[in-house]
Design a protein around this ligand. Sequence first.
Ligand code: ATP
Length: 314
Amino acid sequence: MKKVFCIGELLIDFVAEKQGNDLSRATHFTKKAGGAPANVACAISKLGGKSIFLGCVGDDPFGQFLLGVLKTEGVDVSMAQLSKTFTTLAFVSLAEDGERDFVFSRGADKELEYDPTLRKSLKGNILHLGAATALLGGSLEKAYGKYLFDGLTKDMFISFDPNFRSDLWKENEEQFIKKCMPFIEKSHLCKFSLEEAQLLSGKDDVNQACDFFHKMGAKIITVTLGKEGTLLSLTDSKKLIPSIEVSPVDTTGAGDAFIGCLLYQISDLGNFDPVFQDCDVLEKMVVMANKAGAITTTNYGAIPSLPTKEQLEK
Ligand code: ATP
């Protein structure tokens, strides 16, 4: 089994308890572990895979809490870094109009330093670059560029999820698009939501968007479409793979469950070639990954809702 290195942010989400209040009126918040790459690492280890989380948290109680959550889920956090800067915090509430009210206090996640000694362990494994905050700057952004380069030279399978958050890129969408391009060009697998596929390609039609990415160099593309399932696009074929019917209560983390489950299955392939494009194999994997996404929506919170292998096989 290959190891999956998930690189990026791990942060505290303070979620307002009484939804319907904007942040100016919210009084009580629940502390939760958050960060897309950390969720993906948990999704993989809950399924029985080997995930390693590489990110930076503050050397403070919040940082300890976060690393503890990942450890409990079976993620290897021995390469995580600690900083004197406070752990990154996000405050979230749903206002009366259903809009998300969001305040973000960026701290230690940006300080992840590139670690050249890791190059040896990366060889022949899987690299997942899926941080919502990585392209916002800091040494984390520099590390992303360097790990991408290492991935290319170390015979790795590279996966990219842009995790676009409109709250973080309000006036700077063009910059976000530009920064994503090298990752789309070089990765073996790109996971987009419909909104991301449209934003990054400038095309409304999802098929045209995928063709645009393939022309840039993208190989395997998955566009997740909520309850409609996932569009799997390879350079010579496209297929919409339906999801399963569930009664969702909270869709947080569905995308992370999806990509985590896909990467877990890729990590479990015997002799895998980083440029494989086997349509039948990938279709079966997406069917499973859709299930993982769907199951995650049936409970509250991201990490607690990620399925185990037994739940997935039921
Ligand atoms: P995120 O907001 O976590 O980044 P995303 O937009 O990337 O999520 P979604 O499309 O919401 O991802 O969900 C990922 C996958 O989970 C979908 O492709 C689908 O297979 C499954 N899924 C999500 N929502 C539902 C639902 N309501 N019913 C069934 N399956 C769902």
